[in-house]
Design a binder for this molecule. Structure first.
Ligand code: CDP
Length: 244
């Protein structure tokens, strides 16, 4: 939650948000599976004004070798924002925020990926944020799941993600950048719909226990919407006209 802009109307008298959405509506989401010919799997997502590309490599040999695990494969995730992805140029060096987001995305994907099938190997996930507008970790996690599936890596389920939050004392789905800056709470959620398991849950802000439950419910419902679009992206590539 950043500095609050007192002049911004986050929710009007008709329950319409600052970007014209209803409280339970996501931004426009477009997911494409494939696209990068040098990657084993890839995906591109537009989630509102977020634009993110993901490349997956592996399973492949681990260098340095001592990082490998004889019992299981390892997952490595790098979330990186392009310097031009935000209004103020971002320093290209990895920030603490990028290191944190890389870690939470890795931990959110691990329960889904059957790494035990590939001992001594690594699966590398490279996330490039081309344009950021609030909610990049959820959009990136969603696209990374599609890219892993596109790479043919066995998975227990896909992880779909979207944030729920609170503005003007109301629980909302899919928090945009203005709502993140001026709102009361932001709760990114990653969820495996078939297994009914949450793999990412963070909370920035303060909620009552009832609001917390409602946020989780709203977020999980949103993830189910995102999941359908993930499946569609893969079907379009492998059974339709989409993909490369
Ligand atoms: O992107 P996400 O909501 O997962 O993470 P955040 O740390 O809550 O960042 C919220 C938003 O702040 C990002 O999506 C960007 O739009 C913006 N941001 C920025 O303008 N400059 C940065 N150096 C980092 C983030």
């Amino acid at each position: 939650m950043g500095g609050r802009d007192a002049t911004m109307v986050l929710l009007d008298e008709n329950g319409i948000r600052c970007d014209g959405r209803k409280v339970d509506e996501t931004r426009r989401i477009m997911i494409r599976a494939g696209g990068l010919k040098n990657a084993d799997g890839s995906a591109y997502i537009e989630f509102g004004d977020n634009k993110i590309l993901v490349g997956v490599f592996g399973p492949r040999d681990v260098h340095p070798k001592h990082m490998s695990n004889t019992d299981t494969g390892i997952l490595r995730v790098r979330y990186h924002m392009e310097p031009f992805s935000v209004g103020d140029r971002k320093n290209p060096a990895p920030s603490r925020r990028e290191i944190e987001i890389s870690k939470v995305i890795k931990e959110a994907l691990e329960p889904a990926v059957m790494l035990e099938n590939f001992p001594r190997t690594a699966v590398d996930v490279f996330i490039e944020v081309l344009q950021a507008d609030g909610g990049t970790r959820c959009a990136a996690l969603t696209a990374a799941s599609v890219a892993l599936a596109d790479a043919g890596i066995p998975m227990r389920d896909m992880v779909a993600a979207v944030a729920a939050g609170k503005v003007a004392d109301t629980i909302i789905l899919d928090v945009n950048n203005e709502e993140d800056q001026a709102g009361q709470a932001d709760m990114p959620i990653g969820y495996m719909p078939s297994l009914d398991k949450i793999t990412l849950l963070q909370l920035d802000g303060v909620l009552t226990p009832e609001e917390y439950k409602k946020c989780v419910d709203v977020g999980v419902k949103g993830c189910k919407v995102v999941y359908e679009l993930q499946k569609k992206a893969l079907k379009d590539k492998y059974f339709g006209n989409g993909g490369d």
